[in-house]
Ligand binder design. Structure first.
Ligand SMILES: [Zn+2]
Length: 134
């Protein structure tokens, strides 16, 4: 690669890196603004009761029953909760889901930033990392 094309390539990478850093900052800011999270998930279950004459044997299942799953220390505990509690918890559970998705996005942006820094290092070869990330 000629010095001129190397310089142009470095410029494109620098711009993209700057853009990625902006996205990362925005993502991080959104994550830090999330409050009142509940680290759990809610599921609904419909069941049969076992009585031979019940409508559930013909497909009209009982329920929904609400279960809250909480993971801690490698265990997954499941608790039956009332419909009212399930509804009241819903917003905090959704914020937690948003938080997890945001974390995934942040990790993806981190990998992209890292990737671009590496490419920029290859293009700039002898320069120090400081001189082309600023
Ligand atoms: Zn039944």
């Amino acid at each position: 690669m000629s010095p001129k094309s190397r310089k142009a390539r470095a410029s494109v990478l620098r711009r993209k890196l700057h853009e990625l850093e902006g996205q990362r900052e925005g993502c991080l800011k959104e994550l830090l603004e999330l409050r009142d999270l509940f680290a759990a998930s809610l599921s609904t279950v419909y069941r049969t009761c076992g009585k031979p004459s019940c409508a559930c044997t013909r497909g009209q299942l009982h329920g929904p029953y609400y279960f809250l799953s909480i993971q801690s220390a490698g265990r997954n505990d499941r608790y039956h909760v009332s419909k009212e509690i399930a509804q009241r918890m819903q917003p905090a559970l959704e914020r937690y889901r948003t938080f997890i998705l945001g974390l995934r996005q942040l990790r993806s942006l981190d990998r992209q930033v890292e990737n671009h820094v590496r490419r920029l290092q290859r293009v700039c070869e002898t320069r120090s990392i400081k001189s082309f990330t600023t």
